[in-house]
Ligand binder design. Structure first.
Ligand SMILES: [Zn+2]
Length: 138
């Protein structure tokens, strides 16, 4: 990171501190419900599948497939001006949950992006405490 980050920065909360700590270490972690067995995203203490509080952290493989995407041509915020065009996407993680993210690639076009394509996580260090999980073609 050589210059100040100009985009919105996530604010870690108690329920997501572990997620951000692990992201900083280059690992993607999810919550998993012990009652129904479902992994889920975003990280929170109560299972969204069955509302159980019996949940735990699991390390994700970092593998995903492209679920849907859009190529952003016009910056939605001044901080993104230098990034356009860029890809905003929802990916389906190997563990099951879907996750909003970006696909990292040069000069994105619809020809380079196929729903279902294999992806792997990469981390963009944006501050001393936050690294954002993004995905690139595997
Ligand atoms: Zn559950």
């Amino acid at each position: 990171m050589t210059q100040a980050y100009k985009k919105p920065i996530p604010s870690p909360q108690g329920e997501s501190d572990h997620y951000w700590q692990k992201a900083k270490e280059g690992e993607l972690w999810l919550r998993k419900c012990n009652a129904c067995g479902e992994a889920y995203f975003y990280p929170r203490d109560i299972s969204p599948c069955c509302f159980s509080r019996d949940t735990t952290w699991i390390k994700a493989s970092g593998k995903a497939t492209l679920f849907t995407y859009g190529i952003v041509e016009r910056a939605p915020h001044p901080g993104f001006v230098e990034d356009v065009p860029f890809v905003t996407a929802i990916v389906e993680l190997e563990e099951g949950p879907t996750m909003p993210t970006n696909i990292v690639m040069e000069d994105p076009t619809p020809e380079k992006l196929q729903v279902g394509m294999a992806l792997e996580v990469v981390f963009e260090e944006i501050t001393d405490t936050i690294s954002l999980p993004k995905f690139k073609p595997a």
